[in-house]
Design a protein around this ligand. Structure first.
Ligand code: PLP
Length: 387
């Protein structure tokens, strides 16, 4: 059976061009970018070129890009790097209640080791109110970190407004843009951020590689001590094949962004309309328009998301319940809880995240199967209203 992959929020299949771009850097050009001989300098050249690709794509300078092992490390470096560097200036950090665990658990750790964290709420569509951020600022605030787009419900946050507030108070602004980069235009100057996290495997690149944009002049403490790699901000011999693949993925995203965005919005809106129109007691989670082009997140009353996922899996369709990062946990999603949805309704939620290779025929196949599956499951459920 041909599988239909619709879990691009969890990860994406590396583009064949990405894999092809990487192979020579395993087979032939294996040098260490710090070596002075020609083999090393070949690696240094491609490292610089890759840095330029990544920087250009987000409107940054190449010396503002720190390569990391992915989104989680970028988030850790941004938060801990600033917290440790500025600990004498202040110990208060503001974030949102719906961040990815890479931010939430880093904040939790910082909270346990002497920092104070404020978690601002969101409205019932998952949007942070910039006024709540402004109200949380104290003389002790050193950093604000609000995600650009949420990994579960796809809601896009008003980062530009929040950055403006941060800078009016001389506070640094970070955004986790792991889910938005490559899907919607992202420019560090438009957003006004001082730091921004990216991950390779969400944009048809390899796993285990990402970047942190750090605006020129922003000082942070390195979390890994060692050599002088990555401008002294992240020691360790660079993962050249991974970085080459990451840069190739960025190059492809750059070429295809508007085409992909149009295609995905068409698939997303068609799927949402068909599901909501044909399945009673179904509701969209998150914002209707201020959301990622590829994100469909719907809750179906009187069923379990896990059952929907398993039955779709049998039909050859890969989707996710709640967040992939916490799908092994029985705890209701912290994001859906923050929207004020009850735990029972949360459990009937499904996240479908499409990618550039998905088609309208696949959308129709998933919708038809979901309609059938819901009929079957609800017929078996004693709590389904008999109307
Ligand atoms: N931030 C967000 C919003 C994410 O969705 C993810 C991964 O799902 C991460 C951070 C972690 O990125 P990585 O898997 O590259 O560590």
């Amino acid at each position: 059976m041909k599988r239909i992959y619709m879990d691009h929020g969890a990860t994406t299949k590396p583009d064949p061009e990405v894999v092809n771009a990487m192979l020579p850097y395993y087979n032939e050009f294996f040098g260490n970018a710090s070596s002075l001989h020609s083999t090393g300098q070949d690696a240094a050249k491609v490292l610089n070129r890759s840095r330029e690709f990544v920087a250009d794509f987000i409107g940054a300078r190449s010396d503002e890009i720190i390569f990391t092992s992915g989104g989680t490390e970028s988030d850790n470096l941004a938060l801990k790097g600033i917290a440790y560097h500025k600990k004498n200036a202040g110990k208060h950090i503001i974030t949102s209640i719906i961040e990815h665990p890479a931010i939430l658990n880093t904040c939790k750790y910082l909270g346990e080791t002497g920092f104070n964290i404020t978690y601002v709420p969101v409205d019932d569509q998952g949007v942070v109110n910039p006024e709540d951020v402004a109200a949380a600022i104290t003389d002790d605030t050193i950093l604000i970190s609000i995600m650009h787009a949420n990994n579960e419900i796809g809601t896009i946050q008003p980062i530009k407004e929040i950055s403006k507030i941060a800078h009016e108070h001389d506070i640094l602004m970070h955004t986790d843009a792991v889910q938005s980069v490559g899907k919607i235009p992202v420019n560090v100057d438009d957003l006004g951020v001082d730091m921004l996290s990216i991950s390779g495997h969400k944009i048809y690149g390899p796993k285990g590689v990402g970047a942190l944009y750090v605006r020129k002049g922003t000082r942070l403490q390195s979390l890994v001590q060692g050599g002088a790699h990555e401008f002294g901000k992240r020691a360790g011999t660079e993962n050249i094949p991974g970085i080459v693949g990451f840069a190739k993925a960025i190059e492809l995203a750059d070429q295809r962004l508007s085409e992909d965005e149009k295609h995905l919005i068409n698939l997303r809106d068609t799927m949402i309309k068909k599901l909501l129109d044909s399945i009673p007691y179904s509701y969209l989670n998150g914002h209707p328009t201020q959301r990622l082009p590829n994100n469909v997140h719907i809750r179906f009353n009187f069923v379990e998301g896990e059952s929907l996922l398993m039955m779709l899996n049998i039909k050859g369709v890969d989707v996710s319940t709640g967040s992939a990062c916490s799908s092994k946990s029985l705890e209701p999603s912290h994001v859906l809880m923050a929207l004020g949805i009850s735990p029972e309704e949360i459990h009937g939620s499904l996240r479908i995240t499409m990618g550039r290779e998905n088609t309208m025929d696949e959308v129709d196949y998933v919708v038809e199967n979901l309609i059938e599956i819901l009929k079957k499951l609800r017929a078996m459920s004693p709590i389904t209203p008999k109307d």
